[in-house]
Design a protein around this ligand. Structure first.
Ligand SMILES: Nc1nc2c(ncn2[C@@H]2O[C@H](COP(=O)(O)OP(=O)(O)OP(=O)(O)O)[C@@H](O)[C@H]2O)c(=O)[nH]1
Length: 405
C-alpha cells in the first residue's frame, strides 16, 4: 500500500489521495448546442456497413494521460493509464478503502441540513406535549416540507397516532418512529449494483439531466470498481459538452480506467459502439457510458438515448445491463419528474442520488422510493472520489432523523 501511495504521489504531485480532490466541472451553461451535428441515423449504422471501420482502426493510445483541455477536433482516443505507446507502466494504484465509520460521519454531516430541518421542527412541537390531533397535523406539515412525500408523512403520523395518541412523547421518540418508518420505505429499494463478471463487459449506461452529477458519479464508480479489482472502461458519451469529456479523461487517469473519447459534437452512438468494442477487446469487466442530458428537447434526447441502446445491442443483445439515473437532491420535487421522464425514455433500472450534502431536501429520496420503487444503488455526499457509497436504508433513515449510527 505504501508503494501504491508513492506512485500516486509521483503521478499527481504529492497528494496521497488525489482522487479526494474534486474535478472541476465547467459551468453547465457552456453547453454547445451549435456544435452538435444533426443526429444522423446513417452515421452510427455505417459502422456496421464497413467492416474495415473497427474500433481498432479508430482508437489510438494516447501518449499521455488526461490533457488539461481537449483539442478542438480530437481523434477518437483511449486514455489508458496502463499502457502508453506500448510501454507498460506500473500497475495502476488503487487508493485505500475508506473505513465504514468515516462514511457514517460523512453521511451524517452530509445530511445535516436535511436532518436539522426535520428535527428542529420536531423538537419545537414535541417538548413535553401530549400527542393530539393538532400536533400530528403540525408534524405532517414538517415532514411534507422536508420533501418526504405525503404517503410517508402519513405513515409516520399514523404510526404515532396508533401507538402514542394522548400520551406524552419526546422529540427523540418521534425521531425514532420517523427513522423506523423511513427505513421501511427504503429497505425494498436499497439494492447494491450487481456486476456480472461473466459479461465482460457489464455495460452501464448513465443518464440524467445536465449537472446532476453523471460524470462525477461515473468517476466515483470507476474508483469503487477499480478497488474491487475490476477492469473498467469509461465512454465519454456526453459529446455535447467539451468539459464533460475532459472531466471523464481526468477521472480515467485518476482511477486507472481507460477512457474512450472523441471530439465534442461527435456522434454519441458511434462512440458507444467503439467503446464497447474496445472494452471487449481489452477484457474490461465493466463499461460505463456517460451521456448528454438535455431535457429542453425531449424528442432529441430520446432519439439519442435510443440510438445508443440500439447500437450497443448490435454487439450485445443483453446490453445495457444497467441504466443508472443520476438525480440531484438539491432539485427537490423536480427529481420526481426526472424519474418519470427518464424512466420512459431510457428504461432506467436504478438510481443514484447525488448532492445530498448541502441540501435540506434529502427527504426527496424517500418520496421517490415510495412512488417509483426503483432500486437506489448509490448516494453521493460530496465531490470527492470517496463521497459515493452503496445506499443503505438504515444508515440513511437514522442520519435524516438525526440519530446515532
Ligand atoms: N456537493 C456535491 N457536488 C457534487 C456531487 N456530485 C457531483 N457534484 C458536483 O456537481 C457538479 C456537476 O457534476 P457533473 O458530474 O459535471 O454533472 P453531469 O451530470 O455530468 O453534467 P453534464 O456533463 O453537463 O451532463 C460538479 O461540480 C460536481 O463536482 C455530490 O454528491 N455532492
Amino acid at each position: 500500500m505504501t508503494e501504491k501511495r508513492g506512485f500516486w504521489k509521483s503521478l499527481f504531485g504529492g497528494k496521497d489521495q488525489p482522487a479526494e480532490a474534486p474535478i472541476p466541472a465547467e459551468p453547465h451553461d457552456r453547453a454547445m448546442p451549435d456544435a452538435e451535428p444533426p443526429v444522423s441515423e446513417t452515421e452510427a449504422e455505417a459502422l456496421f456497413e464497413h467492416p474495415e471501420s473497427t474500433a481498432k482502426d479508430v482508437i489510438e493510445v494516447a501518449p499521455e494521460p488526461a490533457p488539461a483541455t481537449a483539442p478542438a477536433v480530437a481523434p477518437p482516443v483511449t486514455v489508458s493509464p496502463v499502457t502508453f505507446s506500448g510501454i507498460t507502466a506500473p500497475p495502476v494504484p488503487v487508493p485505500a478503502e475508506p473505513d465504514k465509520k468515516s462514511w457514517w460521519q460523512k453521511l451524517k454531516s452530509g445530511l445535516a441540513r436535511t436532518s436539522s430541518s426535520l428535527t428542529t421542527g420536531i423538537t419545537a412541537i414535541f417538548t413535553k406535549r401530549k400527542l393530539d390531533g393538532a400536533t400530528l397535523d403540525e408534524l405532517e406539515d414538517i415532514l411534507i416540507q422536508a420533501d418526504l412525500g405525503l404517503p410517508t408523512a402519513m405513515k409516520i403520523t399514523e404510526a404515532l397516532r396508533r401507538d402514542r395518541f394522548d400520551k406524552e412523547i419526546s422529540d427523540e421518540e418521534v425521531r425514532a418512529v420517523l427513522a423506523h418508518e423511513v427505513e421501511k420505505v427504503l429497505l425494498p429499494v436499497a439494492k447494491p449494483l450487481a456486476i456480472d463478471t461473466s459479461l465482460k463487459p457489464h455495460v452501464i449506461l448513465v443518464v440524467g439531466v445536465n449537472g446532476t452529477g453523471k460524470t462525477t458519479t461515473i468517476g466515483k464508480l470507476a474508483q469503487m470498481l477499480g478497488r474491487e479489482g475490476r477492469k473498467v472502461t469509461l465512454c465519454a458519451g456526453d459529446t455535447f459538452r467539451a468539459a464533460a469529456i475532459d472531466q471523464l479523461r481526468i477521472w480515467g487517469s485518476r482511477t486507472g480506467a481507460s477512457v474512450i473519447a472523441r471530439e465534442p459534437g461527435a456522434d454519441a452512438a458511434g462512440l458507444a459502439f467503439d467503446a464497447l468494442k474496445a472494452a471487449k477487446a481489452d477484457g474490461s469487466d465493466v463499461l460505463v457510458i456517460d451521456t448528454a442530458g438535455r431535457l429542453q428537447n425531449k424528442a432529441e434526447l430520446m432519439a439519442e438515448l435510443e440510438k445508443i441502446v440500439r447500437v450497443i445491442k448490435k454487439q450485445d443483445l443483453s446490453a445495457p445491463h444497467d441504466v443508472l439515473l443520476t438525480l440531484d437532491a438539491t432539485t427537490g420535487q423536480n427529481a420526481l419528474n426526472q424519474v418519470e421522464i427518464f424512466g420512459k425514455v431510457a428504461g432506467v433500472t436504478g438510481l443514484v442520488m447525488t448532492k445530498l450534502d448541502g441540501t435540506a431536501r434529502g427527504g426527496i429520496l424517500v418520496a421517490i422510493a415510495e412512488k417509483f420503487r426503483l432500486p437506489v444503488h448509490f448516494i453521493g455526499v460530496g465531490e470527492g472520489a470517496d463521497d459515493l457509497e452503496p445506499f443503505e436504508a438504515s444508515d440513511f433513515a437514522k442520519a435524516i432523523a438525526g440519530l446515532d449510527g
